[in-house]
Write a protein that binds this ligand. Structure first.
Ligand code: IPM
Ligand code: MN
Length: 359
């Protein structure tokens, strides 16, 4: 298969972890005879520095005309201290999601067996967890009108959803549940928010088309509690943009490290794959960031194009690395391995190199 992949490494540890994901894809290309063509482009803080915009037109055009986008991370602390900054790195990612129409953000959460004890949660809670979050990604509070009055004392963000926006992602969530344990949980605040009540009505209506799938509802505050007290109950969690962002970071606690969580963002025509974690500025350039989330995002990319055997191989490479304890310090504080060695191990595994015992 020929695939043109736009590579947007972004900020912080983005370039380091994306390099490892590229190595894994390159290895897959060699072993399974695919032609993956990578093209690099700027996004985020580095794009502001080098091209004056968090999403230069050149980057956007490239992404609109590729098969897939592989993205690292976005964000730089120098913008966090300046709440008045007019241009922010995050705007690049948000605009990219909007322009590519990536309305569904998919975040699977299934802890690796041998990492169960890395989680701060009890073994009984973590073992057997396997759910997937469908987060709406191009509407809601993130994209509604933003206002601040002249004296800077009153601000507002509008949260708006249309029936169409809700139904597109709801269908994907139900279809996913049909191939899993057949349960969708809609997370909302229907006791307070009008948009949540619309979500409930639309999702209930769509649920009727999927009679084999059970639909239940949970308020977001309760969901936040249940996700760490009883995560096994979940199969597919469907939710709006902001709740999905917060709950997916929270859910990462189950796996023991946010450094192992991949995501896919899908639209009608485009697809983007990125780690759930952020730019982790303190780790930049120190060869300590966990490359698994980026590598597993590459596996999701392969799966998206129906390359299931290839995706499985990448996943097994990560499993093997964990089994051999070739992991970064977030998973094992005594580890002597860094981003690069861990990534190297995974790509060597994909290449079927028999010198893995070297580790
Ligand atoms: C994520 C990130 C982004 C979000 C930020 C960087 C805008 O936290 O992808 O989860 O909130 O969507
Ligand atoms: Mn987030």
């Amino acid at each position: 298969m020929n695939l043109k992949i736009a590579v947007l490494s972004g900020d912080g540890v983005g370039p380091e972890v994306i390099l490892q994901a590229k190595k894994a894809l390159y290895a897959v290309g060699v072993v399974y005879e695919h032609d993956f063509i990578f093209e690099d482009a700027l996004v985020g803080a580095i794009a502001i520095d080098k091209a004056g915009s968090p999403l230069p037109e050149q980057t956007l055009n490239l992404c609109l005309n590729t098969d897939a986008v592989l993205l690292g991370a976005i964000g730089d602390p120098k913008y966090d201290t300046d709440s008045n900054a007019k241009v922010r790195p995050e705007q690049g990612l948000l605009r990219l999601r909007k322009e590519l129409g990536l309305y569904a953000n998919i975040r699977p959460l299934k802890p690796f067996k041998s990492l169960v004890d890395v989680s701060p949660l009890k073994r009984e809670i973590v073992e057997g967890v396997d759910f997937i979050i469908y987060r709406e990604l191009t509407a809601g509070l993130y994209f509604g009108e933003k206002k601040i009055n002249e004296s800077g004392t009153i601000a507002s963000d509008l949260c708006e959803y249309t029936e169409g926006e809700i139904s597109k992602i709801a269908h994907l969530a139900f279809k996913s549940a049909q191939n899993r344990r057949k349960k969708v949980t809609l997370v909302d605040m229907a006791n307070v928010l009008e948009t949540s009540r619309l979500w409930r009505n639309v999702v209930k209506k769509i649920g009727a088309d999927y009679p084999d799938v059970t639909l239940d509802f949970l308020y977001a505050d309760n969901a936040a509690k249940q996700i760490i007290s009883n995560p096994k109950q979940f199969d597919v969690i469907l939710t709006e943009n902001l709740f999905g962002d917060i709950l997916s970071d929270e859910a990462s606690v189950i796996t023991g490290s946010i450094g192992v969580l991949p995501s896919a963002s899908l639209g009608e025509k485009n697809a983007l794959f990125e780690p759930v974690h952020g730019s982790y500025p303190h780790a930049k350039g120190r060869n300590i960031a966990n490359p698994f989330a980026a590598i597993l995002s590459a596996a999701m990319l392969l799966e998206h194009f129906g390359l299931n055997e290839e995706a499985k191989k990448v996943y097994e490479g990560v499993e093997k690395a964990i089994e051999y304890n070739v992991v970064t310090i977030d998973l094992n504080p005594d580890s002597k391995f860094g981003t690069n060695e861990v990534g190297e191990f995974v790509s060597n595994f994909i290449l079927n190199k028999d010198d893995l015992m070297y580790f």
